[in-house]
Design a protein around this ligand. Structure first.
Ligand code: ZN
Length: 96
């Protein structure tokens, strides 16, 4: 990793912890920054920041059963309906 500002190799990767508010609750996010010793600038690693937010979002989804309700239950219910409809439409009983 080279400094995008001065192109020097004197770049140090550092973990940064921060507090942020998500859905009205305080959460801790951690991400990386690169500190350039030569120009004394901090460069944000936006990818690690995004990953940190994704973790928070995933935990929120899990806590609120977003995935199990919306992604797992609905297709199964739809499938049952389809099987019933198919049985009715084809005029076949499942006891045959
Ligand atoms: Zn620099």
């Amino acid at each position: 990793m080279k400094c995008p500002l001065c192109d020097s190799d004197l770049v140090e990767k550092m973990e940064k912890k921060d507090k942020a508010v998500f859905k009205g609750e305080e959460v801790e996010i951690s991400y990386y920054i690169y500190h350039c010793e030569k120009c004394d600038e901090d460069i944000l690693d936006s990818e690690s920041l995004e990953q940190s937010w994704r973790k928070i979002w995933n935990a929120y989804e899990k806590e609120n059963n977003y995935q199990s309700h919306k992604k797992l239950k609905e297709p199964r219910e739809n499938l049952n309906l389809t099987q019933e409809e198919l049985a009715t439409l084809s005029g076949k009983s499942k006891y045959l």
